[in-house]
Ligand binder design. Structure first.
Ligand code: ADP
Ligand code: MG
Length: 815
């Protein structure tokens, strides 16, 4: 198809024809940029040829003699051997007047007559013919260049381009077109369309071809004949020939496979979206990136009752409750500006005019490649029921809180009332206790007065008798009366002891005690106390631990328990006394107040008597509690035992069953040491007497007692100094003079015995002291531990015991 530019027309023939017509020797055609052609005068230089051509005109210009024309006379072609003389020159001009070249006829002979008219006319005709020929060639060259440009454009265009003639034969095809159908362009041109696209594809195109040949420009999408998924958008443009009929068709095609696919995908996803959106129970809507609403699913229209399409753009705004509009707009604009998800609760007007609460939400859909927002998809969910439930709940909660607050207040009030009542009750109880105490004190005072009166009667009566007999001089058998008085006095002493134990102010002389030995030693005493109808059994444990307590009190306690047992068995029965090692564990201790877990020695006294009902057990330890008739019971026995065990850091417990009997268990702490020495030598030995005139200072505020002690000591042979109070005693002690022993009451008014001694020790560091204690002074000795050289004797005391103690202190060591 490639063709070079057409050669310039060979105008040598034209020149020869002109020479012939004009009868000249030479002729030449001169065109710009080309050498002169024709029967040119030999040796004519190009510049001289041009100088000659310059003389030509639109009509033939005749120069009869060139040698006579000043413009040409100097040319070598004129004055040289060629000796040219005659010239007729004609300009070759295009139809547009443009200069195309020059035609000249030349002759060596001058022609004064020039050319004949016929010759001139013929020359002009020849010139016009030549000019036409030159014009045609130029036009052809230009057309060829245009065609080449168009071809390269069609080749470069991303389109299928072809032309069909009326017979549907391909007259032109670009590379894309040929390649689309799997051919080379050369194989395409000259073939029919049917041949090129194949039978099936041709059938599909026929209606379009028919319409195009009927004069219509048609466009359609055509699948590739090979059905390889490619698609082209095809356009047939009919062209009319000069006769007005359709001469041919231009075929234009664009490969739109990618677009089709994208569109198909889009259509697919749009379809899916629509299917989902329309089947959703919620209202679904969608907007353009700028927020223009262009889609609502059917739920929206059902809910709002609005005609389809009427809420596009901002038409939806009217459906919002006016109260929420500003906030909804604010958030929506914010989301549109930032791309942040949109969420708000608002009221939407339903078709029936009722506003319902709705949860509005929207999310932006972004282009995966650029991230730009393509659309917004939103939903409206009717949450009216939830909102109402929420409100009801909040109201209920509020009501509940109010109720709770009210109840709390009521409770606080009740509590306050209760506290007041408790306080009132405590006050009443305190008053009751006080009155009970007064009653108890009255009972105690009465009881003691009664007992003491009896005892005093015994003592006074005996002393009376003795006095009478002495006065009468009947001094024989006086000791009997003295014995009676003594017995009464001793009972009185025992009574005060019991009272003190009850008050827990009894000075205890705690020491390591072997309970087995103690119980065994009581055997005789107990048998006599119990009488014949009660059998006594003593069961002592082997390997019994020692305990730490006052043995006299323990003896007293066992005796009291035995007496209670006897009283509970008026018709006789069995009394058992057992000893045992006992371990009170944490579980036991937890149920008893004031008891420490650990190892104890247990003394257990059981009877087969009447037993005690629970209410009696509960009160049995109370002082003065007795079920016995007036005069038989004081109610102090168990109380005293309780006081003793507590003071000994032990524990006492009653187990009893009515009609079965009673067991009382005493727990006394185990002592990890050696047993105390055997008791002091028993009474009956002669009372020891002073031998070396030892001096004893007696400090006692009670004159009677002081006199009694003084006389006793004097009788025993000691020198006695008496002092009525601590100050006097201290003065005597601080003065020089022999004092072997101080006997002092602890409970002295002012400077007490203990402090007096403490101060005297500065002057007499080795002072020996015998303290006489009543009850309350126990604390003054801190658990009764005394410094060496100091002893203690408890009131009331027997004179012989007192004398023995004094002697032992003045002269320590074996006598
Ligand atoms: P009293 O013996 O002077 O009544 P107690 O303090 O020794 O005072 O005893 C208080 C009360 O406990 C007794 O009156 C009696 O009711 C009851 N009681 C004590 N021991 C026994 C016992 N072994 N069997 C039955 N009841 C007893
Ligand atoms: Mg008793």
């Amino acid at each position: 198809m490639q063709a070079g530019p057409p050669p310039m027309p060979d105008l040598a023939d034209t020149a020869r024809l002109a020479r012939m017509v004009c009868g000249t020797a030479f002729a030449m055609v001169l065109m710009p940029g080309a050498p002169a052609c024709g029967p040119v005068p030999p040796g004519l230089a190009p510049d001289e040829a041009e100088a000659l051509a310059a003389l030509a005109g639109r009509e033939p210009v005749i120069v009869p003699d060139l040698s006579r024309d000043p413009r040409t006379a100097g040319l070598s072609a004129v004055c040289g051997p060629a000796a040219l003389r005659f010239q007729a020159g004609l300009v070759l001009a295009g139809t547009d007047g443009r200069l195309l070249g020059t035609l000249c006829v030349l002759d060596p002979a001058a022609r004064p007559d020039g050319l004949s008219d016929d010759a001139a006319a013929a020359l002009a005709a020849i010139g016009r013919q030549a000019a036409r020929e030159i014009g045609l060639v130029a036009a052809l060259r230009a057309a060829r260049a245009d065609r080449d440009d168009l071809r390269s454009i069609t080749e470069a265009a991303p389109a299928l381009i072809a032309a069909l003639d009326r017979d549907e034969v391909c007259r032109f095809a670009n590379g894309n077109f040929a390649r689309w159908f799997g051919r080379a362009p050369a194989e395409t041109v000259g073939r029919s369309l049917r041949e090129i696209v194949g039978e099936a594809a041709y059938a599909a195109r026929r209606p379009f071809l028919a319409r195009a040949f009927a004069g219509e420009t048609v466009s359609f999408e055509a699948a590739h004949p090979r059905a390889d998924g490619r698609h082209a958008l095809v356009r047939y443009v009919p062209r009319r020939g000069p006769d007005g009929d359709i001469a041919d068709l231009q075929l234009l095609g664009v490969d739109i496979t990618a677009e089709t696919d994208a569109r198909a995908a889009l259509a697919d996803s749009a379809l899916k979206f629509r299917a989902i959106a329309e089947s959703m129970p919620q209202m679904v809507w969608s907007t353009l990136p700028d927020g223009y609403h262009d889609y609502y699913n059917p739920r929206w229209y059902e809910f709002t009752g609005m005609p389809e399409g009427s809420t596009d753009g901002e038409g939806w705004n009217a459906i919002f409750h006016p109260a929420e509009q500003p906030e909804a707009w604010r958030r929506w604009r914010h989301s549109l500006a930032t791309g942040e998800p949109y969420e708000i609760e608002y009221r939407l007007r339903r078709h029936d005019g009722i506003y319902r609460w709705v949860l509005g939400r929207a999310m932006p859909i972004r282009d995966p490649a650029t991230g730009a927002i393509e659309r917004w998809f939103g939903t409206c969910t009717d949450i009216d029921d939830q909102v109402r439930a929420r409100e009801t709940l909040a109201q209920r909660r509020e009501a509940l809180e109010t109720e709770i607050a009210e109840r709390t207040a009521a409770l606080a009030e009740a509590n306050a009332r209760l506290t007041a009542e408790i306080e009132e009750r405590a006050r009443i109880e305190e008053a009751l206790r006080q009155s009970q105490k007064m009653e108890a004190v009255g009972q105690l005072t009465g009881g003691i007065a009664h007992d003491f009166n009896n005892l005093l009667t015994g003592i006074v009566g005996s002393l009376d008798l003795m006095q009478t007999r002495i006065n009468e001089g009947r001094t024989q058998n006086l000791t009997r009366y003295a014995g009676l008085a003594m017995a009464s006095a001793q009972r009185a002493a025992a009574l005060t002891h019991r009272l003190l134990a009850f008050a827990r102010r009894q000075p205890l002389a705690a020491q390591a005690v072997d309970a087995n030995r103690l119980v065994s030693a009581m055997d005789e005493l107990l048998r006599r106390t119990l009488g014949e109808r009660v059998r006594l059994e003593v069961v002592v444990a082997g390997g019994l631990w020692l305990t730490l307590c006052d043995p006299n009190q323990l003896e007293n306690a066992i005796l009291n328990l035995a007496i209670n047992a006897r009283d509970a068995m008026p018709d006789g029965g069995q009394l058992t006394i057992e000893t045992a090692n006992a371990h009170l564990d944490d579980a036991y201790v937890a149920s008893e107040i004031g008891v420490r877990a650990g190892q104890y020695v247990c003394v257990c006294v059981s009877d087969t008597g009447t037993g005690m009902p629970p209410d009696v057990i509960a009160r049995a330890f109370d002082p003065f509690f007795t079920t016995k008739p007036m005069g038989e019971g004081t109610g102090l026995g168990l109380s005293m035992i309780y006081g003793f065990t507590k003071q000994s850091e032990g524990h006492v417990r009653i187990y009893s069953e009515v009609g079965q009997g009673t067991t009382v268990k005493l727990y006394l702490p185990r002592h990890l040491g050696r047993a105390a020495d055997e008791p002091a030598p028993s009474a009956g030995l002669p009372v020891p007497r002073a031998e070396h005139g030892e001096t004893v200072l007696v400090v006692e505020d009670d004159a009677t007692v002081r006199t009694l002690i003084g006389e006793t000591l004097t009788d025993l042979g000691y020198r006695v100094i008496e002092a009525p109070d601590g100050q006097t005693g201290l003065r005597i002690l601080e003065a020089p003079g022999r004092i072997d022993l101080v006997v002092t009451d602890v409970g002295l008014p002012g400077l007490n015995g203990r402090r007096m001694v403490d101060e005297a020790l500065a002057a007499r560091p080795r002072l020996r002291v015998l303290f006489i204690t009543g009850y309350a002074e126990n604390a003054a000795f801190g658990n009764g531990h005394l410094a060496p050289g100091m002893r203690m004797i408890t009131k009331p005391f027997a004179i012989d015991a007192f004398a023995t103690k004094v002697r032992a202190m003045i002269e320590p060591g074996p006598r």
